[in-house]
Design a protein around this ligand. Structure first.
Ligand code: PMV
Length: 312
């Protein structure tokens, strides 16, 4: 029996849209930070048939089954029992699938002695969910061509940012990221512009991280996030993952920044707002967001390490 742990990550330069070929590769370079506190813990053990349990219930998850079947064929794996638990809401825009697939591949690699390095684990995690490739690494992480295996851009101690998460709904999302981004690729009139501008956003964000330039990172990360949500809104049928409280939180974060707090927002395919801040602004940001009507819960996360084995 082997247990692996992985954290979710949040993209500061988003990916939204895949390449039109096998391998589950994003269409654009993207970059994220890994969060601590939130985790997926996955135990892999021998069994007489394949079984997948998520948060204590047996589930039939087509993405997990597809990945397991390819890995079983490639590595000649025995039947495995997989038990995965998230200590945070699942399928609610908190990157549960990123943490889940990173922990799953890390657990299988160790349990079955496959001898993968981090790049190869990232490759396999990406096949489950592209953003999961990034949760293999900690700190600041890049997912870029030509290999589309995550690379560490900088460790946590390079720039220990903090993330305040405002939960505005505990519901699960109605349209999955995979379905949503395919809809945007096919129907949003802004999709080609998104493809053209992603390289510049990636270069600006990685430069801002290298230089620890918070203002520059704030500008490019909010722009990338809002461009992605513009693709969603201009898809047909339209897609919106926000609640009224999500919008109120974004307004509040802009107001905090105008009052000289070092904070910016990012939002994935869900209603939760992630406020990225310098440690000295964390208390003020958490307090302000907790007072926004419709905010149900506040989580504070320093940056986290990559996927790892916690019990073998
Ligand atoms: O990993 P996927 O295919 O479920 O897509 C996730 C996409 C976003 O979280 C919205 C953006 C990103 O880059 O993580």
């Amino acid at each position: 029996m082997t247990t692996a742990l992985a954290h979710p990550n949040i993209a500061l330069v988003k990916y939204w849209g895949k390449q039109n070929k096998a391998g589950n590769m994003p269409a654009t370079p993207n970059l994220s930070i890994t969060l601590s506190e939130l985790s997926a813990v996955t135990t892999v053990s021998d069994s007489d048939h394949f079984q997948f349990h998520l948060n204590g219930k047996q589930v039939d998850d087509p993405k997990v089954s597809a990945l397991m079947s390819t890995m079983t064929d490639t590595f000649n794996l025995p039947p495995l029992h997989i038990d995965s638990t998230n200590n945070f809401p699942t399928s609610a825009g908190l990157a549960s699938s990123a943490a889940g697939f990173a922990a799953l591949v890390t657990g299988i690699d160790a349990h079955c002695n496959l001898g993968m390095d981090a790049a190869l684990r990232s490759e396999w995690a990406r096949r489950g969910s592209a953003s999961a490739a990034r949760s293999i690494c900690g700190g600041f992480v890049a997912l870029v061509p030509p290999d589309w295996q995550a690379q560490s851009l900088a460790p946590i101690d390079h720039w220990p940012l903090e993330v305040v998460v405002a939960i505005t709904s505990h519901g699960t999302k109605g349209v999955s990221s995979t379905e949503g981004m395919e809809r945007s690729r096919l129907t949003s009139p802004f999709y080609n512009q998104w493809l053209r501008s992603a390289g510049d956003d990636y270069a600006a964000a990685s430069g801002a991280i290298a230089a620890r330039d918070f203002e520059k990172l704030a500008a490019v990360a909010e722009l990338s996030c809002l461009k992605m949500h513009s693709l969603m809104l201009t898809s047909s049928p339209t897609l919106s993952y926000w609640t009224p409280a999500s919008i109120a939180c974004m307004d509040r974060i802009r107001a905090l920044r105008a009052q000289r707090e070092a904070v910016f927002f990012t939002v994935d395919a869900g209603p939760q707002i992630k406020a990225v801040c310098l440690p000295e602004s964390r208390m003020a940001v958490a307090q302000a967001l907790s007072e926004v009507p419709g905010v149900l819960e506040i989580l504070c996360c320093p940056l986290g390490e990559g996927a790892r084995i916690i019990d073998d």
